[in-house]
Ligand binder design. Sequence first.
Ligand code: NI
Length: 181
Amino acid sequence: MAIRPVLRLGDPQLFKVASEVSEFNHPELDSLIEDMFDTMEAADGAGLAAPQIGISLRVAIFGFDCNPRYPDQNTVPKTVLINPKITPLSNEKEEDWEGCLSVPGMRGIVSRYKHIRYSGFNASGNAIDIEADDFHARVVQHECDHLDGIIYTQRLTDPLKFGFTDELFSSGQLSREDCSE
Ligand code: NI
């Protein structure tokens, strides 16, 4: 169990395409996932991808009951998603503010698919196949992007709709009750 440092935007490791996991049910994989949950929870994150702690593997975690960084959002089940694949279930997209533990203190508007299906494996190698909407779908798309070396700042719909969380909040652009990072 350990909280690992989260790499920040500018670290070239964040832009690498991560490798598929080939061995499941493995103590090293289990301890990676444990460290990822410790790291995500310590930072009140909604999700975390292994490349964000410098491990170039296609492992993402997400989920929370109540998140102070996203107080208006419904709960998302705690999930370990390995070697994921995302299929949009419609062309409908939605714009919303997004943040990232690798870009601390900032938010930007990103357009994401509103309805998706995602599949992959859990740590034991059991297949996962889930339909998700709205914020749940957004978090999955955000975390899977990390596995392809993509940060949300590359997907901003408008460079003017991007900034420091406290400035966005005090100018009324962000309406979240609590925007602390
Ligand atoms: Ni992120």
